[in-house]
Design a protein around this ligand. Structure first.
Ligand SMILES: Cc1cc2nc3c(=O)[nH]c(=O)nc-3n(C[C@H](O)[C@H](O)[C@H](O)COP(=O)(O)OP(=O)(O)OC[C@H]3O[C@@H](n4cnc5c(N)ncnc54)[C@H](O)[C@@H]3O)c2cc1C
Length: 534
């Protein structure tokens, strides 16, 4: 079999993730079956945001062969064990955690049902996961010997987005990936509609069998050359812009490094706070239809406090939606060129990892790509809408009515119909495992996709439980006080306090003796500076 040539265009984190993953997954041992090259422009900067990850990254790192400590040292990395949602239900500093793990509730998974029967005086996740409490104590998920403390803590990472792409670049080129620093200025086609080669500013003509478009929102190959359309999903997710700011620790150090991401709702969106080893990164994700750039910047500075007065900010525009056929002819769009859902729940890097894994699994060793492309497109579409529903839900369950933005996101037309069907159903029967084995809910229009996409069979592409399952949904639903009125009717006014799982109590007791503060762990294990005397 002839070695297949793959050319990746674009060297952001999506491009270098695809390069590292495909190289590790396809070129096993000394067998080079795929020749991988990447061309990135010296003129177009990477987007430089995307600093929070989800636990699936651990699988990707293991497949690529990346050592966790080595990575954390290189990318200014810290641990992430949860997302802390502040002011989403109301604007009175109410918060809930979306931690990465919970303890099982016995042979029958009825933790949700038991909590619904209680008086809700303890937040749902605090009854079955120790992680919210450990996060509030700012503890690392590992011991100072870098061991698992036996508390079953699942984690992901925060990291500098630009350093992550640089790290993958170095890692991949050391293992045989060829890189070109050159701007792609043209694309040559074969008669059959496949791409033959790209031409660069320095006069090169780079041929390949398969092209991967990782040019970010520019979508140079998939859109500008092949004309593949984009399904806009902004009617369900209104945010389309972020004002970002970095607060270096040597400028202002709050006294700890939080082992979680904070997502605080403001007047027309929400702010991420992502702690790294040298700085905190902040970004006010908002709807430009509801807030001007100037007002968003003012609100972000006021949120952070006086010390943010002189810090520079940057505006990042984005589009929420999906490439209609991300694999078209011999071109596959991965990363922002393939679609983007706003950054709540941090799924951008994950989508590039999933697409790389799927491409490795569906790799076209022959020239017959059509069936492989069909499956790739269908599975990535499922995953996209699965995430869209889940994020849409974070907004539409709010009780906030204090601004036009929050009144708008509650309106029925801002809830996509798959999500509405689920929520209606869960008002009759709370979510449980079987809801994720079948994809169709009563109330969904049969034969028509709310997404406006194609219909492959009689089912809408919604959750397959591949990323979010009933655990994740319970977490957000009950954090947002879902079924409050129904439970009064079902179980009466006088209900008992929620029972807290014994393992949670034991873990909270044991953790401070086993786990160091997150910043102490970072200082000892990956060489973070000590900012405590500033
Ligand atoms: C506001 C915001 C916040 C986000 N937060 C998160 C988060 O917390 N977690 C998360 O997982 N994801 C997040 N994301 C998504 C994440 O940033 C992206 O998924 C990730 O950075 C991948 O980007 P990319 O590689 O597709 O594009 P880019 O980083 O834009 O890279 C594009 C590449 O293409 C190259 N290029 C462009 N044109 C040409 C050309 N003509 N010739 C050659 N090369 C070219 C550029 O030089 C660059 O190398 C966020 C996104 C946004 C917009």
């Amino acid at each position: 079999m002839r070695t297949k040539r793959v050319l990746i265009v674009g060297g952001g984190s999506a491009g270098w993730t695809a390069a590292a993953y495909l190289n590790a997954a396809l070129n096993v041992g000394d067998q080079k079956v795929v020749d991988i090259s990447l061309v990135e422009s010296p003129d177009v900067p990477r987007i430089g945001v995307g600093e929070a990850t989800i636990p699936n990254i651990n699988l990707t790192l293991a497949i690529i062969g990346i050592d966790e400590l080595d990575l954390m040292k290189a990318v200014d990395g810290t641990y992430k064990q949860s997302i802390r949602y502040v002011n989403w239900l109301d604007d009175k500093r109410q918060f809930y955690h979306h931690p990465f793990c919970r303890y099982g509730s016995g042979p029958r998974d009825d933790a949700g049902r038991r909590w619904l029967m209680s008086d809700r005086s303890v937040p749902f996740m605090d009854t079955i996961s120790a992680q919210p409490a450990l996060c509030e104590m700012n503890l690392a998920p590992k011991t100072l010997g870098n061991e698992d403390a036996g508390l079953s803590l699942v984690y992901a990472f925060h990291m500098d987005a630009l350093k992550f792409a640089d790290y993958l670049h170095e890692f991949s080129t050391a293992r045989g990936v060829t890189d070109y620093l050159d701007h792609v200025v043209g694309v040559d086609m074969h008669d059959n509609g496949n791409i033959a080669a790209v031409r660069t500013a320095s006069g090169k003509r780079l041929e390949a069998d398969l092209f991967i478009d990782c040019t970010g929102f520019a979508a140079e190959l998939i859109e500008k050359k092949l004309g593949v359309g984009f399904t806009d999903c902004s009617k369900w997710l209104l945010c389309d812009r972020a004002v970002t700011m970095n607060v270096p620790h040597d400028h202002h150090y709050p006294g700890y490094v939080r082992p979680y991401t904070t997502a605080t709702a403001l007047s027309a969106g929400w702010v991420w706070e992502i702690p790294l080893q040298t700085r905190r990164s902040l970004g006010y994700v908002h709807s430009s239809a509801h807030l001007s750039d100037d007002d968003a910047e003012k609100e972000l500075r006021a949120f952070e406090g006086d010390h943010a007065e002189a810090l520079p900010t940057r505006i990042v525009d984005f589009m929420v939606g999906r490439r209609e056929q991300p694999w078209t002819a011999n071109c596959v769009a991965i990363g922002l060129s393939g679609g983007f859902i706003e950054p709540l729940e941090s799924t951008g890097l994950y989508l590039a990892q999933v697409a790389s894994a799927l491409l490795a699994e569906h790799f076209p060793y022959t020239d017959d790509m059509e069936s492989l492309a069909y499956r790739f497109n269908r599975i990535t579409e499922d995953r996209f809408y699965e995430i869209l529903d889940f994020i849409n839900m974070h907004y539409c369950l709010t009780n906030r009515t204090d601004t036009e933005f929050w009144r708008e996101v509650r309106r029925p037309e801002r809830i996509n119909d798959r999500l509405r069907a689920k929520l209606d159903y869960w008002r009759i029967k709370p979510p449980s495992v079987s809801d994720f084995t079948d994809q169709f809910f009563p109330g969904q229009a049969d034969g028509q996709l709310a997404s406006g996409g194609r219909l492959g069979d009689s089912r809408s592409p919604i959750d397959t439980g591949g990323l979010w399952n009933h655990h994740s949904y319970e977490n957000i639903l009950y954090g947002m006080d879902f079924l409050r009125d129904e439970c009064r009717e079902w179980y009466g006014e006088n209900r008992p306090r929620p029972a807290v799982h014994k393992k949670v109590l034991d873990a909270i007791d044991a953790a401070p003796g086993k786990l160091p503060p997150h910043d102490v762990w970072l200082q000892r294990m990956v060489g973070m500076a000590d900012y405590s005397n500033l």
